[in-house]
Design a protein. Structure first.
Length: 210
């Protein structure tokens, strides 16, 4: 797949910035820990579905200490609508315990440390690093993996290769918000089925739209 040049990439992000200067995650959270839990729960489901269950879960447990007071069965009952309840509930309890025991109850701020937590992979770690700690990371979810090579922003046949390509090619000044802009674009405009090319902000630049 051909790649866009530096000028075209800059223009894409200038347009995203003009349309939505301060994009926010669609997951509801109010602390590093609640964001981490929300992202872990978001695997293979929608942010809207996660927000429904976390509104209840966080009333009972919004810290690792409080979470560890719940039983796995209690957590399963709350998160049942989003699926994968056995694995997710187990990981939530295990990562909460590890945060208490290994990190003094605080969510760690390096990718390496975050990825030692049960249920936390590279994408989840990158989300936390970017949103909470302001690091210029690039979480590659299914939307970015699909649309970035199509647009011509990145190359790669694995999420990690696409991540590396994006980090190398996107100017640093856009990296704080880049993954939010791209996720929203993939979620609402450059959809897998019936993409809204006529409404697309970058259709004249996108290599897939030409």
């Amino acid at each position: 797949m051909p790649l866009l040049g530096a000028k075209e990439i800059r223009e894409i992000f200038e347009r995203f910035k003009a349309q939505n200067p301060e994009p926010k995650p669609e997951l509801n959270y109010y602390s590093p820990y609640t964001l981490l839990i929300a992202v872990v729960l978001s695997a293979q489901t929608t942010d809207k579905s996660v927000n429904k269950v976390t509104s209840q879960l966080f009333k009972l447990a919004d810290t690792p200490e409080k979470m560890c007071l719940l039983s796995q069965e209690e957590i399963i009952e709350i998160i049942r609508p989003i699926g994968l309840t056995q694995a997710k509930s187990k990981n939530i309890l295990a990562l909460s315990k590890k945060i208490i025991e290994n990190f003094n109850g605080k969510v760690p701020d390096t990718r390496e440390q975050l990825m030692t937590l049960p249920g936390v992979g590279r994408k989840t770690a990158n989300v936390v690093l970017n949103v909470v700690f302001g690091r210029h990371t690039m979480p590659v979810d299914t939307h970015l993996f699909r649309i970035c090579p199509l647009i011509g922003l990145a190359e790669g046949n694995t999420p990690e290769k696409v991540e590396k390509s994006l980090v190398e090619r996107i100017p640093d000044e856009y990296m704080e918000h880049a993954h939010h802009w791209l996720i929203l674009h993939g979620r609402y405009v450059c959809t897998a089925k019936n993409p809204k090319c006529k409404e697309c902000l970058i259709c004249d630049i996108c290599l897939g739209g030409k």
